[in-house]
Design a protein. Structure first.
Length: 276
């Protein structure tokens, strides 16, 4: 997954969403290994939908170590290679690359030692880390510190849908200030998960606590690709420069380069967070 593999992006770094050249850093397309897709047929359909939605390259990020699914590094590499062949045979112009969505857990450091963790890039810099939907375990800060001491940048999955972060947004601010980066699911930002999630996603972005949009696509209701819609809304709300930042950050993560971060600002807890 070197820079040469993404030469098509380098020549047009801006307005990729208008040119059907988006990068998706979080998707569940591989068949029969987690809750993303139950069949190869469904996976091929989802890949075609990705291309039709402006995506040209996608990381395969099946759940790993989340209490339900264990998807080892070597298995994902093999399955992703096989899936790419199926896409090529069906003339679907999507490049796919192996990765994982890793649940924070007590075995994470050992899994890193055992070389059983995949990253977003070949240089093993960006690690996609997931919290439980309704909690951020008390040991998270210490474990993330230990992970980042290894030169790894933690990439936080869908913080806008985590009820603990919604009620205590300082958790996210502290992580970003310490050097983590965060994904916002495009569907969250455009309202698919409801108004409260949409508003919190907007707050995260307004306070410079997010760096990229992703699809987090599953073959489930309301889990479609809405990257273009999110980019259009972002440009309208935050301006062209901010929207371009999200595009180039996705490419930077995929290539293992530095993301461009704006100074994070703490979210002042507002009334609409009080019920979480």
């Amino acid at each position: 997954m070197g820079t040469g593999d993404f030469a098509l992006f380098a020549s047009s770094p801006f307005l990729l969403w208008e040119k059907n050249m988006l990068i998706d850093l979080h998707s569940h397309l591989l068949p029969n290994i987690d809750d993303g897709s139950k069949s190869l047929r469904a996976s091929i359909r989802m890949a075609k939908e990705a291309v039709d939605s402006g995506i040209k390259a996608a990381l395969m990020t099946p759940h790993h170590m989340n209490g339900h699914y264990v998807n080892h590094k070597d298995d994902i590499i093999t399955l992703t290679s096989e899936f790419q062949k199926h896409l090529d045979n069906n003339d679907i112009g999507l490049q796919v690359f192996p990765s994982q969505e890793v649940r924070i857990n007590g075995g994470l450091l050992q899994a890193l030692d055992d070389d059983d963790i995949l990253f977003a890039d070949e240089s093993n810099r960006y690690l996609l880390l997931e919290f439980p939907d309704d909690d951020v375990p008390t040991y998270s800060k210490d474990m993330i510190f230990q992970v980042m001491q290894r030169g790894i940048t933690v990439e936080i999955a869908h913080p806008e849908r985590n009820t603990k972060i919604m009620s205590t947004p300082s958790i996210l601010f502290d992580l970003i200030e310490a050097g983590a980066v965060a994904q916002v699911t495009a569907s969250s930002y455009v309202g698919t998960f409801g108004k409260k999630v949409e508003k919190f996603a907007e707050e995260i972005i307004k306070h410079n606590l997010a760096h990229v949009f992703v699809s987090d696509a599953h073959d489930l209701p309301n889990r479609d690709y809405e990257m273009v819609e999110a980019m259009a809304k972002l440009e309208k709300q935050m301006g062209r420069d901010y929207q371009e930042l999200f595009e180039t950050n996705a490419e930077a993560i995929l290539d293992g380069d530095n993301v461009t971060s704006l100074v994070p600002e703490p979210i002042v807890k507002r009334k609409f967070f009080s019920k979480f």
